[in-house]
Design a protein around this ligand. Structure first.
Ligand code: ASP
Length: 301
């Protein structure tokens, strides 16, 4: 039986060398839980730390869109009391997860684009724009694949598709033209409340306005009395299968959490990168069909 705990991940595809980032976030969240803070506070703090890390595709490390300039970020928080906050395609803020947390205090559940950014300003989040070294390197790689006509080799959804045809940026397509590794956290607090938070710069290569699973309830995240689940990977495929809610439902119906999580992963074709973390009062899981940096801190009675 788990008394309280946290699981964090650095995204499907994230190298194990990034484990220290996930561990730092996990430890910080655990220390909040230890002193009686809520699971919601814990996941928000974990994701804020991962957003600030710069190596992960979220917050300061967010991936660039196809034009090599645009950054649009998605984040979500939810707990088993029913609190939900979602931010979609927000620009120019340091920590989308904090804005998602702030949306809980509004009459709404989700804010997108300019409205989300304007709300962030109103709530005192200053303008912030930074392209991390990792984001630049990831982008250069995408540029090279496009130049070499090999984008579809690593990104099946772009197989036989011409980037020009879908170009929806103001800048010309020849100017400039990244992969997965969103962040996420799930936590259980001493009151037995479960919570989840996700944050991402998206799954490159991406058009402007493209939205993945991370801010979509039941797809990229879900938390209820039975479990908290956060997914990562190619959002388009995760959305089609509603992976987070499907795993949640299996756990609710008595399936062991690891088995349910593995079944969730296997719903997505194996050539598509996908991963998830899940936590319940009885157990946890961290599974991916690729490498995935993750960290777990559990306290049991
Ligand atoms: N799921 C995210 C998205 O599709 C990307 C990721 O998990 O790395 O936007």
């Amino acid at each position: 039986m788990i008394t309280y705990g946290v699981v964090t991940h650095g995204g499907a595809g994230s190298p194990v060398e990034f484990l220290d980032g996930c561990t730092e976030a996990c430890e910080a969240a655990l220390s909040l839980l230890k002193v009686g803070r809520s699971a919601l506070d814990a996941v928000v703090e974990a994701v804020r730390i991962l957003e600030d890390d710069g190596r992960f595709n979220a917050g300061s490390g967010s991936a660039l869109r196809l034009d090599g300039t645009t950054i649009e970020m998605d984040a979500a928080v939810m707990d088993s009391r029913g609190y939900i906050g979602i931010v979609i395609s927000i620009r120019d803020v340091k920590n989308p997860v904090l804005v998602a947390r702030a949306i809980i205090e509004t009459p709404h559940i989700a804010l997108s684009s300019q409205g989300a950014t304007a709300f962030a300003r109103k709530r005192g989040f200053p303008p912030f724009r930074q392209i991390s070294q990792y984001a630049q390197e990831r982008h250069k790689r995408i540029e090279r694949l496009i130049r070499e006509g090999r984008l579809g080799e690593e990104n099946p959804r772009w197989q036989n598709r011409n980037v020009e045809t879908f170009w929806n940026f103001d800048a010309p397509s020849d100017k400039d033209i990244c992969s997965c590794d969103t962040v996420g956290a799930v936590a259980l607090d001493k009151e037995g409340i479960l919570a989840v938070a996700t944050s991402t710069g998206g799954a490159s290569p991406m058009m402007m306005g493209r939205v993945g699973d991370s801010p979509m309830i039941g797809c990229g995240f879900y938390a209820g009395p039975s479990a908290a689940v956060a997914t990562t990977g190619v959002g388009e495929e995760i959305i089609k299968k509603m992976v987070a809610k499907t795993v949640y439902d299996m756990v609710s119906q008595g399936e062991e959490i690891r088995t349910a999580s593995e079944k969730g992963i296997s719903m997505v074709p194996s050539n598509v990168m996908v991963g998830l973390i899940a936590l319940s009062r009885e157990g946890f899981a961290a599974v991916s069909n690729r490498q995935m940096a993750y960290s777990v801190r559990i306290r049991e009675d």
